[in-house]
Ligand binder design. Structure first.
Ligand SMILES: Cc1cc2nc3c(=O)[nH]c(=O)nc-3n(C[C@H](O)[C@H](O)[C@H](O)COP(=O)(O)OP(=O)(O)OC[C@H]3O[C@@H](n4cnc5c(N)ncnc54)[C@H](O)[C@@H]3O)c2cc1C
Length: 306
């Protein structure tokens, strides 16, 4: 990489915040889509929005493209570097800056790990609802860029439904806010366009996110099917009956043995399909739903409750 740019970057973020040796950059040569690999020219690890601005401006002056990266758990090669690009990793920007329980929101830096926010607010009975299965590692900036969701998406929605505002550093190195602390800002929904744009609008540096109430109770069921199509039909029947489970995941006879071998959950190896069904909510409401489910004849399956 251009030595002048490297020196400028070191001045902006400190020597320890710039990686340029092939060994230290190995971890940045791909994300979880490991089939494609390419090392960037350098990796820079800013610790504040101001440093991100300075890095972007320096890269512009030297005609170098910038690729933002969170934890690198993406499955689509989204943060794969071009040969001549600079990777800007946000993992040092990992502070939860403000938690506002009465207004059910929090201000976080982009590099905060998804599950760390829930860990912080769960003693108060709240969580950050988007729950990609990588949530122990992935960052909220990456969640916003990919509009991620997880098993609870069916009931709680994806990241766009829980993002109130983002602070963005534009490709020109300007700081802008889209949305803010409260939902429903008037005007064009630029926030909605930005969430899920995979970093193409700019680099998300901070975000106001919504905090959801933890459910009073949760209940998990395992429904076992001897026929795959019956399992799939049961999914449609559950939704058609007006029941929105917190999670509804289906495994077929290819995946059941693989998962059983690895985790020993006790899944039946002779099943054609299984459904994992989680319901949650107020204790009383769940009891009512359970009574309704018993009456509901369309799930003709062996049902186990955990
Ligand atoms: C085991 C496993 C399970 C997974 N399960 C799910 C799942 O259930 N649901 C789901 O949706 N995804 C899932 N994923 C995919 C991935 O974890 C998510 O998309 C996650 O949101 C990516 O976050 P990240 O911090 O790792 O982002 P990265 O992989 O680092 O980046 C993803 C994209 O976002 C851009 N980006 C990252 N940070 C920023 C930023 N601050 N500003 C602008 N652009 C940025 C990058 O350039 C890239 O294009 C899974 C991945 C793995 C490995």
């Amino acid at each position: 990489m251009n030595l002048n740019l490297l020196n400028e970057l070191r001045q902006i973020v400190g020597t320890g915040g710039v990686l340029s040796g092939p060994d230290e950059m190995m971890v940045y040569e791909c994300d979880a889509f490991v089939s494609a690999k390419q090392q960037p020219q350098a990796v820079v690890l800013p610790a504040s929005t101001e440093q991100v601005v300075e890095v972007v401006r320096a890269a512009n002056r030297h005609g170098v493209t910038v690729v933002p990266r969170g934890a690198g758990t993406g499955l689509a090669g989204g943060c794969l570097a071009e040969t001549d690009s600079l990777m800007l990793a946000l993992t040092r920007m990992n502070r939860i800056e403000e938690v506002d329980i009465p207004n059910r929101c929090a201000l976080v830096q982009a590099g905060v790990v998804n599950s760390h926010l829930t860990q912080r607010v769960s003693p108060d009975g709240f969580c950050f609802a988007p729950d990609p299965s990588s949530q122990a590692a992935c960052t909220i900036g990456g969640n916003i860029a990919n509009n991620s969701g997880g098993p609870h998406t069916l009931k709680y929605g994806v990241t766009v439904n829980h993002t109130l505002g983002v602070e963005l550093v534009t490709p020109e190195g300007e700081i802008v806010w889209l949305g803010g602390r409260t939902a429903g800002a008037p005007g064009l929904d630029l926030l909605g366009a930005c969430v899920g744009s995979e970093g193409t609008f700019g680099i998300v540096t901070r975000a106001w996110v919504n905090l959801a109430r933890l459910p009073q109770s949760a209940h998990t069921m395992l429904a076992i099917f001897d026929d795959f199509d019956e399992g799939a039909q049961a999914v449609s029947n559950v939704i058609a009956a007006g029941i929105i489970p917190a999670a509804l995941e289906m495994l077929d006879d290819v995946f059941i043995p693989c998962i059983e071998q690895a985790y020993k959950f006790g899944f039946p190896l002779d099943a054609a399909a299984i459904l994992l069904i989680e319901t949650d909510g107020l204790k009383k409401a769940r009891a009512r739903k359970r009574r309704r489910r018993r009456k509901y004849a369309a799930i003709r399956a062996r049902v186990k409750c955990a």
